[in-house]
Design a protein around this ligand. Structure first.
Ligand code: SF4
Length: 175
């Protein structure tokens, strides 16, 4: 299975979410979130599509690549899972490198908060990514879905109903 940016992101957010998504259990809300993400892109930077390229290689899809300056722009709604966003972007940079594009930089953008963050890829990160790919593959191949991880983020997760339908009290009180 190709490792996508979404899988890298879920690896940092929740292993159960990673497993569910990778094993084809998708919730309808997922498409709503994708649509919402696209709206943020278009409304925040209406001119951008004409200036930057969309690049799809090796399982990843980058919406805005500044080919002239070798910069990948990744736009996010909120910085709640900042670390996941950062590694998703590092993974994009890593894949670009694997395909011969060097000196790639990344910029995370949070238009609703008017915040940006530059992301660089170090040698340590490259090693981490190699390990991460192995761990992701092993999680996905498990026969059983990993246990639920109770987090504040569960409330906004598309699998919330799936994970908590049996325990409404816990879901409303514990998160
Ligand atoms: S609802 Fe929580 S435990 Fe379930 S997949 Fe989402 S983040 Fe993971």
């Amino acid at each position: 299975m190709k490792i996508t940016g979404t899988l890298i992101n879920y690896y940092f957010v929740c292993h159960r979410e990673l497993w569910l998504f990778a094993n084809g259990i998708n919730m309808e809300q997922e498409s709503d979130l994708v649509y919402e993400g696209k709206l943020i892109h278009e409304e925040s930077y209406p001119e951008r599509s004409s200036k930057y390229e969309e690049v799809a290689i090796d399982g990843i899809k980058v919406d805005y690549y500044d080919a002239k300056n070798h910069v990948i722009h990744e736009i996010k709604k909120s910085n709640k899972v900042d670390r996941a966003h950062e590694w998703q972007l590092k993974y994009y940079m890593y894949i670009f490198e694997q395909h011969g594009v060097t000196d790639v930089r990344g910029i995370l953008e949070y238009p609703e908060m008017r915040k940006t963050k530059e992301v660089m890829l170090s040698d340590v990160d490259r090693e981490e990514i190699c390990l991460m790919i192995g761990e992701i593959e092993s999680i996905i191949q498990k026969d059983e879905c990993p246990p639920r991880v109770k987090k504040g983020l569960c409330r906004n997760c598309s699998y919330f109903d799936f994970c908590y339908s049996e325990e409404p009290d816990e879901a409303s009180g514990g998160l």
